[in-house]
Write a protein that binds this ligand. Structure first.
Ligand code: BV8
Ligand code: ZN
Length: 240
């Protein structure tokens, strides 16, 4: 890998006017955050596959189980730090006339690395939302989460987009708009399986953007990319 980031790729990136970066769980892997599907096995919690425990249906069925799963993940995350990949992306923020970071991750590590105006398509594990009045509450690290809504007293749920749920209003539209305007789209650490996030690189491609993927494995997106950098985010992104 190393220095064989082609001159062409580096030139295209450095001369880009409008950059869209889309990240998935892989960008946090080197920080110690388990990915969902990497390495062929999918994350399981108490015998339930990840897309069962992280689903709208489970919030209806057993909200306590959903909180147990998210409390466990927040406890894991509170010890973890952004890696060189997150920091490289944060450094790019001011280097282009237009720059947008869209993440599928809910871990908040991009913000910890200094990225601003991050579009969190799937919400944030560090926020809770009231199931009836939708009031939102920050969940401080290593502190117990608020138990009920201060406005209406109803129960809270993670402010995260679960399978079968709509994305935060405007998140997809804003991301899709950036995708249709960008001239360089970098897709880092995603298996490109989850929609509608996985549509973004294709929107960029059809709008004429140069599409570059960074992933140790090939994905369904790889065939559409102008450049596939087979490697880890923490290794590759600082080289860009
Ligand atoms: C919706 C929050 C519509 C929860 C998440 C059939 C066909 C098509 C679509 C569907 C379908 N059946 C159902 C759907 C819709 C579903 C979907 O897309 N399912 C897929 C799985 C088939 N989508 C939804 O439900 C979405 N909502 O569509 O609503 C709707 C319309 C009308 C009315 C109502 C609803 C909501 C999707 C959001 C779900 N929430 N997360 C939580 O975290 O608990 S998704 C979850 O998967 C995470 O957000 C994660 O980010 C996301 C995608 O996974 P990745 O980020 O790609 O991570 P993954 O582990 O898969 O891959 C890691 C990659 O990193 C690998 O490629 C690996 O090689 C690479 N890697 C590893 N190490 C490194 C690395 N890369 C770089 N460096 C490294 N070191
Ligand atoms: Zn409320």
């Amino acid at each position: 890998m190393g220095s064989d980031i082609s001159v062409e790729l580096r030139q295209r990136f450095q001369n880009a006017q409008s950059v869209l970066v889309l990240t998935g769980a892989g960008v946090s892997a080197e920080s110690g955050v388990p990915t969902f599907r990497g390495g062929g096995n999918s994350l399981v919690w108490k015998g339930m596959p990840f897309d069962v425990i992280s689903s709208a249906q489970m919030v209806e069925q057993d909200l306590n189980a959903v909180w147990e799963w998210f409390d466990y993940r927040r406890a894991l995350l509170s010890e973890l730090r952004p890696n060189a990949g997150h920091h490289a992306i944060a450094r790019w923020q001011e280097q282009f006339p237009e720059f947008m970071l869209v993440t599928q991750n809910i871990d908040g590590l991009h913000q910890s690395a200094g990225s601003k105006d991050v579009i969190e398509m799937h919400g944030s594990i560090w926020r809770a939302r009231c199931i009836s009045c939708h009031d939102r509450y920050q969940i401080p690290k290593s502190k117990p989460r608020p138990s009920s809504c201060q406005s209406c007293g109803d129960r809270l749920r993670p402010d995260v987009v679960l399978f079968g749920e709509m994305l935060p209003s405007g998140a997809f539209e804003q991301s899709a708009k950036a995708a249709s305007r960008c001239d360089f789209c970098l897709v880092v650490g995603t298996s490109a399986l989850v929609y509608p996030a996985a549509e973004l690189p294709m929107i960029a491609k059809s709008a004429g953007a140069y599409l570059c993927e960074v992933n140790p494995e090939l994905t369904p997106l790889s065939q559409f990319c102008d450049m596939v950098l087979t490697g880890r985010a923490g290794q590759v992104l600082p080289l860009l």
